[in-house]
Design a binder for this molecule. Structure first.
Ligand code: HEM
Length: 296
């Protein structure tokens, strides 16, 4: 699997999506993406790249295409809970311990794509008190452990798309500061865990509308959420990886209230755009590396 999915310690994160120009050579665009995912150690950045599922299925070898990945083609949910689709062709996550190195690599990627693809969205993410999101709660507690994660999150060996995974990318913008205007007990009920000790609420203490009750469907995923934004516009970038798309699809359905109960988080934030991306395996990406790329 792409190593950056499991890289920790970065203090800066840049997320960019790109859209192909109308007449662009798709193979060339994939070559650029593979090169973008292949920095030198001295570049100092971690890079993870993703491709619109239908585009990957069109270009990659059939053996490298996971069976279940599909584009985020339609908005999900209704009214104030609606999660709009915002599907782009490529997704690039650059992280490191300084914005200077992230900036340089982002510019390299952007410059490489001139005449082929244009930046569609950009977000700068940052860790909030190490592992918290902007709700002030620890985020990632129920992620699998590090040694176990790749086999849980990657498509199994022997299946098409082995070692690839699917990414769900969604910025959740806070509605002003309304989250912080609730008292802590209400925040804890909304998440389903205590804020200070990070203990899961249980039994009757765990409301049906809590985020935990909505997303705990006995399926492990790998979440790498970070905070983004400024005092005016800010929130959580949801970065979720799984071996099969239906797992997060089901979680989203439950968050927007497909069964009549919606996630209490959604009362205080809204999704600005949603996209699915196939995160190709290293072996599948290497096939697109231009031949002169590893001469250094
Ligand atoms: C603004 C958006 C979100 C925020 C602030 C958020 C925050 C959190 C927090 C604080 C926890 C509890 C601690 C932990 O286990 O990490 C959690 C758990 C979880 N979240 Fe989210 N989350 C968000 C969106 C999502 C989305 C979109 C999904 C799925 C598509 C999701 C899936 C999960 C899962 C599976 C758990 C673990 C549930 C369990 O088994 O206990 N989250 N999230």
């Amino acid at each position: 699997m792409q190593p950056g999915i499991f890289a920790f310690g970065a203090t800066e994160h840049l997320f960019m999506t790109f859209d192909l120009d109308a007449a662009a050579d798709k193979k060339k665009a994939l070559q650029i993406l593979a090169t973008a995912a292949n920095p030198l150690t001295t570049d100092g950045v971690n890079v993870v790249v993703g491709v619109r599922p239908s585009l990957w299925a069109e270009i990659a070898d059939a053996d490298d295409v996971p069976e279940t990945a599909a584009d985020f083609a339609e908005d999900k949910g209704e009214g104030g809970l609606m999660m709009p689709a915002d599907q782009h062709d490529f997704w690039v996550w650059i992280s490191g311990d300084g914005m200077d190195i992230c900036w340089d690599w982002a510019k390299f990627v952007r410059d490489s794509y001139v005449g082929i693809a244009k930046i569609a969205t950009e977000h700068r993410g940052w860790p909030y008190h190490a592992n918290k999101d902007l709700t002030g709660f620890e985020d990632g507690t129920e992620n699998p452990r590090r040694l176990e994660a790749p086999s849980i999150v990657g498509v199994d060996q022997g299946k098409p798309g082995a070692d690839s995974c699917v990414l769900l990318y969604q910025p959740y913008e806070h509605k002003d500061f309304s989250w912080y205007e609730q008292d802590v007990e209400d925040q804890e009920k909304a998440i389903g865990r205590t804020k200070l000790e990070n203990i899961e609420l249980e039994g009757e203490d765990l409301p049906d509308y809590s985020h935990i009750a909505r997303t705990d469907i006995d399926q492990d995923i790998w979440r790498r959420n970070v905070a983004y934004g400024d005092m005016g516009t800010h929130g959580t970038l949801f970065i979720g990886f799984a071996d099969e798309q239906w797992k997060m699809e089901d979680m989203l359905d439950r968050m927007v209230g497909i069964d009549g109960i919606h996630d209490a988080l959604m009362d205080h934030m809204f999704v600005t755009g949603s996209g699915w991306y196939t995160i190709p395996s290293v072996d599948a990406l290497v096939k697109f590396l231009p031949e002169d790329d590893d001469e250094d």
